[in-house]
Structure formats: structure tokens, C-alpha cells
Design a protein around this ligand. Structure first.
Ligand SMILES: CC(C)(COP(=O)(O)OP(=O)(O)OC[C@H]1O[C@@H](n2cnc3c(N)ncnc32)[C@H](O)[C@@H]1OP(=O)(O)O)[C@@H](O)C(=O)NCCC(=O)NCCS
Length: 375
């Protein structure tokens, strides 16, 4: 309460409102992003996915022994209960992978045998990538792919997704994209996770809710929508015409804009550079880089709105041979580490998240029985 005239009113979408203190990460309008104090560019240049995940979840970079234990813990928990796979299979070929993985995490909450909180969180973190990789295959009636010991987290996920032998550089790039997807302060899905955590529901419930929030095209679903858009434009020379049509119809261009970054998204900048290097090393795919660049330029010229991470993650996934409906599940396989960090931070100093609202509907209406109501 403001203590003045009823509840404090905040802007729509809670834009610019700080809802909590956090030590996990911070993005800022000037294009900076830190995880637990470390600049994202430094982590992307030097750290592995597992080191970064440990940092985000536990709060510090791991010593060698801690890292080994963390990696072994993930591997040991990657096996998914057969009943969860059966449920995924039963959803059928029309199910979208992100819905499949959300249902799977929910089911996992009923069958997992972890007893303490840390075990439950580690189990969800370890299994999310296996669920993501199988979220399309199983409903299509294909056999499951499981985690291969001996591979790092990112290479393992890539291998489960594509079954192809990727080059060292491609695997390195994929790992960077996963690092970028891991955490982003008060994004919609992490906030959702915190709301659920604040009721003291378990981490499976919180992660399922996070997945529900991630699905939307204004959040995690944007990477799939951006790729579909790029494939529709196809030709860099058509960028202008495409944007004309999009804005004439009052639609947004997916993969552009951000609540925090208004000049540039540092993760998108780095991914654009990686995409360029991928294309140069492969000697193919230049059309895709040129197309992304043309649409980006056109958008900047007209609206001064920069691309976000989803815009440049999408063509990277495309060149890696990953099917488009798996892009948001990949986001989830990484963001789950951020979600669990938020879950813990919320419950450590918990206060039920239960805001107020200003009622603007009618009052004093009188009940009339159904037979006396006019339709
Ligand atoms: C991410 C997003 C939801 C941020 O939204 P926000 O902070 O609430 O900003 P708004 O949607 O209010 O946008 C502010 C203005 O920029 C415009 N804008 C923002 N993103 C736009 C986009 N992708 N295409 C066209 N116009 C856009 C809005 O129409 C609005 O214009 P107006 O002031 O004339 O009404 C928004 O940029 C968006 O919908 N982007 C596309 C989806 C996407 O890529 N999501 C992934 C985010 S990482």
C-alpha cells in the first residue's frame, strides 16, 4: 500500500518496476548483461556451459572439483522415467514440442523419486535437455534419444537434437547460444517461476509454469517465429517489401525489440558475429546471414528497434540442422538453470507474490434467476 489513497499503481506490464532484489543477473538499457557479476561477453569467451550453469545456480564460479561433481550430478540424473516418455508419445503428432515438454515436466513431478529440494532441482535441470531433444520425436512415434556420457552438456544436447557430427566450431557456437539463453533477470518466465515459488509449490510446478510462460511469441516462442519469418522473406532484396506488409497489417516483427535493451542486445550482437563466422567457415549459408542483415537494417532505418537474441539464435540453429519447432524447447533446456536460481532466491526470502488491482467493473448488481435473464 502506498499509505495514501489505496494501492500503489504501477505501469502496464510492470515496465520499469523493480519487484525484488536479486543477485543472479542484471541486464541494462546500455546493452550490458552480467551473470552474478561477470560480464556476459567474458563468460561467452572463456566459460563452458556447465561452469556458467554452476555460477548461475550456486552463485560462484566452480573450483575444479566442484565442477566435476556438478557435471557428474547432471549426468547421473539425465535418465528419464519410461512413464514420462510414454506420456510424451501419447500426445500425438499434432502436439507442439513446447507443450510436450511442459506436460513432461509436470508428469515428472509425479514420478520423480527425489526427496530433497536440491535433488529435485538437479533432476529437472538434468532432464530438461533430454525432454527437449525428444519433444518432437516421441509424439511423432520415433524412438527416444538419450544422453551420451562423455559429451559436455551442449554437445550432448546438439547430438541428441540432430544426430549429426557437428564441427568443433559449430559445437562451440551452440554452447555460446545456450549460455546466452540461460538467464536474464526478471524476464516473463523467471517472474512466473518466482510467483509459483512464492506459494511454496515445488520446483516441478514452478518449472511447468515457466515453460507455459516461455511458449508465447513475445517471449521464448520468438525464436521459432523469427525463423519462420526469415524463411518467408527468403530474399534480402524483399526485406523492404516484407516490412511494408507487416506494418501495414499492424503486426510486429518477431525477434526485434526488448523491454530493457533499446539500442542493442549484447547477446544478439555476439550471435550475429558467430553466424558470420559459421558461414565463412562452412563456405555456405551466406544467403541467411545477408537476409538477417538486410531485415535488421531495414527495421533499424524505420523504427530504430534492434534485433534480440532470438533473432540471431534462430539462423544459428537453422544452420546446425535443428528443426524449427525445437528452438523454444532448446531455450528451455538452458533457461531452466536460471529458473531454479530464481526459485531458490525467492523461497530463501519468501513473501507471497499477490498484488492488488483496481476494480473498474460494475457494482451493486442484483441477482436474477436464469429464466428471467435476457440474452
Ligand atoms: C519484446 C517486446 C514484447 C517488448 O515489448 P515492450 O517493452 O512492451 O515494448 P512495446 O511492445 O510497448 O513496444 C514499444 C513500441 O515499439 C514497437 N515495437 C516493439 N517491438 C516491435 C517489433 N518487434 N516490431 C514492431 N514494432 C515493435 C511497439 O509497437 C511500440 O510502438 P508504439 O509505441 O508506437 O505503440 C516487443 O518488443 C515485442 O513484441 N517484440 C517481438 C517479440 C520478440 O521478439 N520477443 C522476444 C523478446 S527477447
Amino acid at each position: 500500500m502506498s499509505g495514501v489513497d489505496g494501492p500503489l499503481r504501477v505501469p502496464k506490464g510492470l515496465a520499469g518496476v523493480s519487484v525484488t532484489d536479486t543477485k543472479i543477473s542484471k541486464s541494462a538499457a546500455d546493452g550490458t548483461l552480467i551473470y552474478r557479476g561477470y560480464p556476459i561477453a567474458d563468460l561467452a569467451a572463456k566459460a563452458s556451459f556447465e561452469e556458467t550453469a554452476f555460477l548461475v545456480v550456486k552463485g560462484h564460479l566452480p573450483a575444479k572439483g566442484e565442477l566435476r561433481e556438478f557435471e557428474e550430478g547432471l549426468r547421473a540424473r539425465s535418465l528419464v522415467d519410461r512413464r514420462v516418455f510414454e506420456i510424451m508419445k501419447g500426445l500425438g503428432e499434432r502436439a507442439h514440442p513446447i507443450d510436450v515438454i511442459r506436460t513432461a515436466v509436470s508428469a515428472l513431478g509425479s514420478v520423480d523419486r527425489e526427496t530433497d529440494m536440491a535433488g529435485k532441482e538437479a533432476s529437472i535441470e538434468a532432464k530438461m535437455s533430454v525432454l527437449a531433444a525428444n519433444s518432437r520425436r516421441l509424439p511423432l512415434g520415433e524412438g527416444p534419444r538419450v544422453s551420451k556420457s562423455g559429451l559436455g552438456f551442449a554437445s550432448d544436447l546438439l547430438q541428441m537434437l540432430t544426430k549429426q557430427e557437428a564441427s568443433d566450431f559449430d559445437r562451440w557456437v551452440f554452447e555460446r547460444v545456450l549460455i546466452f539463453y540461460m538467464e536474464h533477470d526478471m524476464n516473463a518466465s523467471s517472474f512466473t517461476v518466482r510467483v509459483v515459488a512464492s506459494t511454496l509449490a515445488d520446483p516441478y510446478a514452478a518449472a511447468s509454469a515457466g515453460l507455459a510462460s516461455l511458449k508465447g511469441p513475445l517471449h521464448g516462442g520468438a525464436n521459432e517465429a523469427a525463423m519462420e519469418m526469415l524463411l518467408e522473406v527468403k530474399d534480402p532484396a524483399k526485406a523492404k517489401e516484407f516490412l511494408d506488409g507487416t506494418f501495414r497489417e499492424g503486426r510486429k516483427l518477431m525477434g526485434f525489440g526488448h523491454r530493457v535493451y533499446k539500442a542493442f542486445d549484447p547477446r544478439a550482437r555476439l550471435c550475429k558475429e558467430y553466424l558470420k563466422q559459421m558461414v565463412e567457415k562452412r563456405g555456405e549459408g551466406a544467403w541467411l546471414y545477408d537476409l538477417c542483415d538486410a531485415v535488421e537494417r531495414e527495421m533499424w532505418e524505420r523504427k530504430k528497434i534492434p534485433p534480440n537474441l532470438d533473432y540471431y539464435a534462430a539462423p544459428i540453429f537453422y544452420l546446425l540442422g535443428i528443426e524449427v519447432p525445437l528452438y523454444t524447447p532448446i531455450f528451455a533446456a538452458s533457461r531452466v538453470f536460471g529458473w531454479m536460481a530464481h526459485y531458490n532466491e525467492q523461497v530463501e526470502e519468501n513473501k507471497l507474490i499477490r498484488p492488488d488491482s483496481v476494480y473498474v467493473g460494475p457494482t451493486g448488481l442484483k441477482y436474477v434467476p436464469p429464466e428471467d435473464r435476457r440474452s
